[in-house]
Each structure stands twice: as structure tokens, then as C-alpha cells.
Design a protein. Sequence first.
Length: 234
Amino acid sequence: MSFSAGGPGRARTVRVAPSLLAADFARVGAEVAAVEQAGADWLHLDVMDGHFVPNLSFGPQLIAACRPLTGLPFDVHLMIAPVDPFIAAFAEAGAQHIHIHIEAGPHAHRSLQTIKAHGVKAGIALNPATPADAVAEVMDVADLILVMTVNPGFGGQRFITSQLNKIERLRRMADATGRDIPILVDGGIDATTGADCVRAGADTLVAGTSVFGKQDYRAAIDALRAPAGIAAGG
């Protein structure tokens, strides 16, 4: 399901990507099926190594186990360093998109090219302290941009409002390429902050507790879309 929303420069499609990190891991297969049935567009998968970020999550084995359970695109966010040795494993596990952080290795341009060589869309991720200009020289190879609106490593944090200016700048940079580059936002996303991000130019809302923390997943996903004045589309 796709929806249209206004934003700087043009109308755009808005997606909701529930983050599996907030799901009940005792019933992970049922959780994946439930968010697909509830209208999720992508499934976001946060991979943490306890080194690049102060937490551990899961690896390619879990992603591979989930792959036969759903037709949702897998949006894999690698919060690991060094990242290059693990790209192939996550591509082979079934990722449609792989995001790396600009700081996760010395050659981000090469890392993005490696992702694309595996037939996977390549995303570049920015921490709150990372300026938009840090990714200017990889905009020609990046297929997606992920803006962290909290400091990565833990769910349930409060949205950092200063990131809205960064989203606006990244939207201008992305549009200047002449390519359709989705901008994702991840961290503290709810109906209010999600609407603010869409107005700033984001088009994909990564949501953890604001989906998996609710009783009704469909209502939660719809609530993320509704405040931005988003009308149902095809």
C-alpha cells in the first residue's frame, strides 16, 4: 500500500517500515506475518554489534529464517563496524536494502558499490551528529538515505528535533541528483514526529514501539500515516 504526501519540492509516496527489534521475539514469525497483514510496506531489521553501537541484536541467520515467512521487502540497517566483511552474508540472507553508516569503514563509496554488486539497494545512514554534507560524495551511488533521529543502539528513545533541518537538506541533495532516493527516518517516530519528518521531506517512517508496542498493528500503522494529511493511494 502506498500513500502520497506533500513535502519540499514535490508530492511523494510515504511508507511505514515496522522495526522488528521492537517485536516479541518469542513469536517472531507471527509478528512478521501480523505487520504484513496490517499494511506495512517494508520490514526494518536493525543489526547491532555491541561495538559500533552499545547493544547486540541479531545476525543474518534470523533474517534468513524470516525470509520465507513474508513478501515484504527487508530493509536491513547494519550498525556494525567494520561492515564490509558482512555485506555478502546479509545480502544472501534475503535483504532487499542494506544501509551502512558513513563511519563504518574507510571506504564508504566502495562499500556501497559492494552492496549493489550483490543486487541489493545500497543505503547510507547518518547518526544525529553526522552532518548532511558527510554523504555528499556518495549521493551518486546511494539508493536510499537513512536519518537516525535518535542515537542508535536502543529503542524507545525521544526524537531529536534538530534532525528535521538535516532531513530538509538531504531532501534537496537527493532531489538534485535527478533520481528517486527514498529518505528514511528512524528513532522516536510516532504520529506527531512522523508527520514532522514527512513535511521535512522524508518518505519512509521506521517505527518500532509505535507499531509493535500497540495492540492493533493496523490502527498503529494507519495512525502514523494520518496526521501528515496523507490520502490513500494505489
